[in-house]
Design a protein around this ligand. Structure first.
Ligand code: ATP
Ligand code: MG
Length: 340
């Protein structure tokens, strides 16, 4: 990989790395995929969220040429998944939901073997194995058989294995399920680094925090169908209203402000609420117009404001609202500041 490659990748940024149209895959009565369309822009991370059995792994398998779709088509890095599987496999990396390392081989041997399978010359395969073991903090364990590795070490070895061929498109199918927070963070750092170097990533996850940390765009899939898509904040805004947090310069005016907003009928369904203990006024809002009107009204009435912020619902709440199911893992999100 010389500097040429990097320039090449940069210049292609902005294109579509993964294009999926009308993808259908049935297993008997089960519609694992029921007409899926999606695009992943070059150099970005698409997060695919969905409850168990939604069709995430089926999608990844089709995009990796491991499963043939019943209908529809998909193009990855310019190669058709059905018609050009050999070329396609050379440009992708896959970290499966279930670890795919050979238990009996050492970490180093696993990576070396994959390098050779990818037609790397011996010397390059050796260098690549050393480099990736170092990168994933596995150098000390390099000679031990993978069966002696902890779950986190296996995951890291698996991720390293998917990167041997310097893939331009990487699929990560629930890459951190079952990992402790520290190891999860290491994996996230590695994914970020690869994206910074130009890789495109399709990431399936059930961790809302993982989606928030890594994904540029989200697609929510349920029962084989795409049921929502957009940026993290876009989805949050779509699902529910936001809450406006207002801190007046004079806490003594909280009640009067709440009353003014209520009387003007500017707030959303739940009603403006003064919380004197926090010195804050909470106003549910459903649109930018409502937000502007509330702030405008307070200004006209002569109230002086010290701080204004809006909070979106958490991604967990979004997931629950659109799929009707709780995500398996909950996270807390902090309010997002929009103005001070
Ligand atoms: N090889 C198969 N044979 C029969 N049914 C299958 C097969 N693979 C997947 N399915 C079914 O297709 C549906 C989608 O499965 P898939 O594994 O793609 O879901 P998923 O979103 O990856 O779920 P999870 O979050 O549990 O990993 C499920 O109902 C599953 O039982
Ligand atoms: Mg799966």
């Amino acid at each position: 990989m010389g500097p040429m490659t990097r320039i090449d990748k940069k210049s292609r940024r902005g294109g579509t790395a993964v294009e999926v149209r009308g993808l259908v895959k049935h297993y008997g009565e089960t519609k694992a995929l029921d007409g899926v369309d999606l695009d992943v822009r070059e150099g970005t991370v698409l997060g695919v969220l969905g409850p168990n059995g939604a069709g995430k792994t089926t999608l990844v398998r089709i995009l990796s040429t491991l499963v043939i779709p019943d209908a529809g088509h998909a193009v990855v890095a310019g190669f058709d998944v059905v018609r050009q599987p050999r070329q396609l496999r050379r440009t992708i990396g896959l970290t499966g939901q279930y670890a795919s390392v050979d238990e009996k081989l050492s970490g180093w041997e696993n990576l070396y073997m994959i390098g050779r399978l990818l037609d790397l010359p011996r010397k390059s395969a050796r260098a690549r194995a050393d480099e990736l073991l170092e990168r994933f903090s596995l150098t000390e364990a390099a000679r031990r058989p993978a069966m002696d590795y902890s779950g986190g070490m296996r995951r890291r070895l698996d991720l390293a294995a998917s990167m041997i061929g310097s893939p331009s498109v990487l699929y990560l199918d629930e890459p951190t399920t079952g990992l402790d927070p520290r190891t999860r963070n290491e994996v996230w750092d590695e994914v970020r680094r690869m994206v910074a170097e130009g890789a495109t990533v399709l990431l399936t996850t059930q961790y809302m925090e993982e989606a928030e940390q890594l994904a540029d765009e989200l697609t929510v899939i349920d029962k084989g169908k795409i049921i929502a898509r957009g940026g993290v904040d876009e989805l949050k805004a779509k699902v529910g209203g936001r809450t406006l947090h207002i801190r007046p310069s004079d806490p003594g005016q909280l009640a009067a402000m709440a009353q003014a907003i209520r009387e003007a009928g500017l707030d959303g369904t739940a009603g403006a609420q003064a919380v004197p203990d926090e010195g804050l006024l909470y106003v549910p809002i459903l649109s930018d117009e409502q937000l502007t009107a509330v702030i405008g009204l307070l200004g006209t009435r002569g109230f002086s404001l010290a701080h204004v912020a809006t909070a979106l619902p958490s991604l967990d709440e979004v997931f629950l609202a659109i799929t009707g199911e709780k995500s398996s893992h909950t996270t807390d999100t902090t309010p997002e500041e929009v103005a001070a």
